[in-house]
Design a protein. Sequence first.
Length: 646
Amino acid sequence: MADDAKRQLEKARDPEQHRAFMQALLRDVAALERMLEDGAFESGITRVGAEQEMFLIDRDWSPTNGVQPLLAALDDPHFTTELGRFQMEANCDPQLLAGDGLGVMHRQLDQLVDKARTTARELDMDIVLTGMLPTLGAGHLGLDSMVPDPRYQTLNKVITDLRGGRFRVWIKGLDEVILEHDSVMLEACTASFQVHMQIAPDDFARMYNIAQLLTGPVMAVAANSPIAFGRRLWAETRIALFRDAVDTRTRPHSVRNTEARVNFGTRWVRESIAEIYKEDIARFRALVVPTARDEDPMAVLDRGERPAMRALRLHNGTIYRWNRPCFGTTNGVPHLRIENRILPAGPTTIDEMANAAFWIGLMTEYGASKGDITRRIDFDMTANNFYTAAREGVGAWLTWLDGVEISARELVLDRLLPDAEAGLRRAGVDDRLVRRYLEVIDERVRTARTGAHWQRTSWNSLRGRGSAAERSNALVAATVSRQRAGRPVAQWTRARLDEAHSTGNSCSRVEHIMRTDLFTVQADDPAEILAHLMIWERIGVVPVEDDDHHLLGLVTNREVLQALTKSGSTEGVSVGDLMLTGREVRTVSPATSTFDAVRMMRRYRLSALPVVDDERRLVGLVTKEEFLHVAGLLLGDHEHDDDDDA
């Protein structure tokens, strides 16, 4: 760990420093309440802004750790780092909502994305806007892929220590993924399009509650992250993964029903933004302690100046509410805003801006015409709507105001789109922008062709026509191609396998080609099952594992035939009697190079190689068939190159 990070960690763990920070945090809250009472925050004006997160990819459609040279080449303060070196963020300038404000923001967003893409391509990279990158695997999430910033390193160390050293993710959708990792780098699997909306101080509690209510239907129409680690999971898997990625709770906390740092909230807000900060301070211990102390914020206010309130900002930055309360300044004047963190990156900037306009229009109209929504729906139902929509997308059924059970599609088409239109017009947004953005939502919902739907249907259409790695490559290649064309996702054609022509490095590691849908046996199983299994599934190698999936051995059809030849039957024989163990079973890790695996198979005349993790748990299997497939790809590449030379 870097020296700066070590010093930060020592401060965070020092009881005296922690107490001093907590006292500064309480002073900041008191100063915030005084500013609210004095009317110090701007009112009567609405600005909007956005943060665009994106992934950096190489020529083989995989994540590449290129953010530092890319930022240097861009030389533009609108761009900054994220947690991973294969990520970047672009920040749009705040705009007045009325008139052409959304149009100005959209044009700047396009300019920033185009600039990032052009510069990345000059460095032999590219960018892609998506909630989760299908080609990103566990092998990309080492600490060497973390941006070398002491803040990230300290946060990782603190959270890892609180968790006991391991992060466990279990997400079940159509498929299932169970993943263990040793750092917060799981957070780097996600990318969002975060929309900010300025809120009048006196209206903040009511508008924040409305933002909570709207998360369900907005999530349903915006979902764009159904494929992760080669599995079909939630419509917006980013929601489930991000929650676990920075969760500091251990098993006893789960019994006590404590909140995760990534959370929806626990109740309606009754008074002001300060109420949210107070709850977060009460629930969550400070993770990072600043190296410098601010002057007493009350003394700063007494001079007629505005306090920096760094302690409150820092603590708020380690709490990840899906609707995050924020305060800041514009032209020296303090303001309050809500940061909508539920929206994924992509599929295109027009889709993202349509999502933003839909949410902003609904916020405006519900704020003006719906009264106290907390009397019309239970808080827990809004949270349930959000997670249901994240799992099921536009096909979700939601519980709406006054206990109405309704499909997300019907709710959006019949009720929310008219409300969003009314809200945007109420805010003075240009008619052409209202029509442009809401037509994108209307087409997407009527056809049910969301980003999540496009990825899933593309993935399913490619099943049986390539490895999981090739299908992931095809999704990313097709996404990049269609993003550059600029048409909304409802008009996209499915991804094709031939869109992902690469240099061959996309099959450079065993994890790219290994089988993960395995048939296994245990040592005490009867040997008869082996013969049947090999015939039924037409396989010649069967791994043997224990209840915790640790590899114990391997059985090939040779051992079964030898047993049959010797005694004429396998009756009374167990799998353990036949399996190969110890040095007879060579293994590789997911990160092993394909070349090294081939060399091992040739050297030891193996027909298969089990793939195990660092605790010797079985995660996959590679056979001669997979290597022949890779050879065919490489041969195809060479033939293609010869044609080009001709």
